[in-house]
Ligand binder design. Structure first.
Ligand SMILES: [Zn+2]
Length: 233
């Protein structure tokens, strides 16, 4: 980048030890399809911040009650205590104003469920000096923008897109396929309702469903027949 003769050097005198400024906030975004390990990645970062002596808090949407109301739980069962709230604007009051002041890092799981995500992240990082780490779906089962997670991208320091494994072919999966015929955007469910798929199998979704179903049935038949044959062997 070309330097300009007229550029004014940034005055860092206010950063002197005599006037300790509030630490600068950060925003980190983790997106991807379902089963990509977003919550696991978020928990790993929150625990790492906690282990390095920073005050951390975790928030999740009270809409998601799949595993536990007061914990963030990964698909493989790892738990972390959290605040389950319908809106992020309620966090400060629920957490306590004094406690909020002492807080360094805020984790937000399933961020697509919070309509006030942009305003909350903006204030927490810009004004309050918090590090905010959010995890959420970037797209819904129709690959459309889901909630306000993508609105945060222009605010973010870093964006990480994780991938899952395609349930049909095992290649990298970028999308979430809905197995049921229900059409509402917010249909909360796990592996009974959703599966991660690669681009090919998203486009050929119906065939993917059939393939996955016959694969499962085939495996079941095989295991049943193995059990039957076992006494003979
Ligand atoms: Zn595939």
């Amino acid at each position: 980048m070309a330097s300009s003769k007229n550029s004014i050097p940034f005055d860092r005198s206010s950063d002197s030890p005599q006037s300790p400024a509030r630490s600068t906030g950060e925003i980190h975004v983790i997106v991807g399809p379902m089963f990509a390990g977003k919550t696991t990645a978020l928990l790993r970062r929150i625990k790492s911040e906690r282990d390095s002596g920073r005050n951390v808090a975790m928030i999740k949407s009270s809409k998601d009650t799949r595993y536990a109301i007061d914990s963030v739980v990964t698909h493989d069962g790892v738990k972390f205590p959290c605040w389950a709230l319908p809106d992020l604007s309620l966090f400060r009051e629920n957490y306590g104003h004094d406690s909020y002041e002492k807080l360094d890092v805020i984790g937000i799981d399933e961020a697509q469920f919070f309509d006030d995500l942009y305003d909350f992240c903006c204030k927490a990082a810009d004004n309050d000096g918090k590090t905010v780490i959010i995890a959420g779906l970037d797209g819904d089962y129709l690959r459309r923008n889901f909630g306000s997670v993508l609105h945060i991208i222009p605010l973010a320091d870093t964006v990480t897109k994780l991938t899952a494994r395609c349930e049909v072919c095992g290649k990298r999966a970028f999308f979430t396929w809905r197995k049921t015929q229900q059409t509402q955007t917010e249909l909360i469910g796990g592996a009974d309702v959703y599966m991660p798929v690669c681009r090919y199998h998203y486009v050929n979704g119906q065939a993917a469903m059939e393939a996955a179903r016959s694969f499962r049935e085939c495996r079941k038949v095989k295991s049943d027949s193995l059990m039957e044959e076992a006494p003979i062997v």
